[in-house]
Design a protein around this ligand. Structure first.
Ligand code: ADP
Ligand code: MG
Length: 383
């Protein structure tokens, strides 16, 4: 396997070049044997001598994820002993060459560098597969929250919220909408650092001209009401709704709006936040699916009563501003970072460094496997 220089560079661009006349990208076998130079940047990253094969350079430790394009592995660089995550981009099923969504993620990630955005070290090509080499993160949020024996302090929760918002503020400033903020795409390491990952659905947006996008993005439970009402013209506010869902989930340890389908999703939101009206949300009736999905009856929300058990008054205020129905009223990431929850209310944020005491490494995949194991034991009458 060839190790390509850090980020996606000229060599990868050359080997994965768009087919003339089409929007597609492909890797030809001849191009895969492209020789490349190791990264000359000098930043701490796994060393990658030119010509070393992947098998030699990385020892697979375990599988940590099941990606859309293939598996995600924890691996160790045998020379530096640094752990990395290898995300395999499956090529077999791709009739049209290199998957466009993967290419989008790579190109996007290479332009990003922030302490709250997962770092893409380099790309590797081998036997028809392209691997993304990421910094390794011990857990994802879904995994950590499933560990009920472990609890974050209020100061830890504040730090996690603020790190998530700092990551989003950075992305939005760079003109990127993530479009898939959810627990399994938020990574945390044992130093208590939080990083946003999985840019498979992310898009550049133009600050002035709002483009027409698909609205089939964002996992249902984290999808904002404007998308459920059929909006195809939207902006970074969609991520802020998801961030509001994550903020509540951090405190309650459970996703708050668990709908089974689009209509039910809106219903679950209505039951907590109350039904939206044109007073609360001016553009509501102009949305494409308004007539189809509009609330049948008026429901009064009980958001504050419901969550005051877990959230402090200033945290509740912020969560409520993140979950504003009207996207134009929804707080931006930058504004959210200035909220009294961070600036005034005690305690100040503290990195959740205690995570290093949590036994095991928890990603959505291990959590799912653990649950399946428990279920099997139950079925076999072992517990
Ligand atoms: P997909 O697009 O299929 O959701 P992701 O990039 O979200 O792919 O990766 C799938 C899972 O793999 C994540 O939910 C996470 O648990 C794990 N994972 C991804 N990147 C890393 C990383 N850098 N370090 C550790 N685990 C990771
Ligand atoms: Mg993911």
């Amino acid at each position: 396997m060839q190790v390509l220089p850090s980020a996606v560079n000229e060599s990868l661009k050359a080997s994965i070049a768009p087919k003339p006349g089409s929007g597609d990208v492909s890797v030809s076998p001849a191009q895969q044997s492209h020789t490349v130079e190791p990264d000359a940047e000098g930043t701490p990253r796994p060393s990658s001598p030119s010509g070393t094969t992947c098998k030699d350079l990385y020892a697979i430790v375990s599988q940590v994820g099941e990606g859309t394009f293939g598996k995600v592995y924890k691996a160790r660089n045998v020379i530096t002993n640094v752990h990395v995550a290898l995300k395999r981009i499956r090529m077999e099923a791709e009739k049209d060459g290199f998957p466009v969504t993967a290419m989008r993620e790579i190109k996007l990630l290479q332009s990003l560098r922030h302490q709250n955005v997962v770092r893409l070290y380099e790309m590797m090509v081998s036997n028809g597969s392209v691997y993304m080499v990421f910094e390794y993160m011990d857990h994802d949020l879904t995994g950590v929250l499933s560990q009920t024996q472990f609890s974050f302090s209020q100061a830890n929760l504040k730090s996690l919220c603020s790190q998530m918002l700092a990551g989003l503020a950075y992305l939005h400033r760079k003109g990127v909408i993530h479009r898939d903020i959810k627990g399994s795409n938020i990574l945390i390491n044992n130093r208590g650092e939080l990083k946003l990952a999985d840019f498979g659905l992310a898009r550049f947006y133009q600050k002035r001209r709002r483009s027409d996008y698909t609205n089939r993005v964002i996992t249902l439970w984290y999808r904002p009401p404007e998308l459920l009402f059929g909006a195809t013209v939207y902006g970074p506010e969609v991520d802020m709704w998801s961030a509001g869902c994550i903020m509540l989930e951090l405190f309650t340890k459970k996703p708050v709006f668990q709908g089974n389908d689009e209509i039910h999703q809106l219903d679950v939101i209505y039951r907590i936040l109350g039904t939206p009206s044109t007073e609360r949300w001016q553009g509501l009736t102009a949305l494409p699916w308004y007539e189809l999905v509009k609330p049948k009856d008026v429901i009064h929300g009980h958001f504050r009563e419901l969550f005051s058990r877990w959230l402090s008054p200033a945290a509740l205020d912020l969560a409520e501003r993140l979950l504003a129905y009207d996207p134009t009223q929804r707080v931006t990431a930058l504004e959210a970072l200035e909220a009294p929850y961070f600036k005034e209310e005690q305690p100040p944020p503290e990195l959740p460094v205690d995570l290093s005491t949590l036994e095991g490494e928890w990603h959505e995949l291990e959590t799912k496997r653990e649950r399946a194991k428990k279920r099997r034991k139950l079925e076999n009458g072992l517990v």
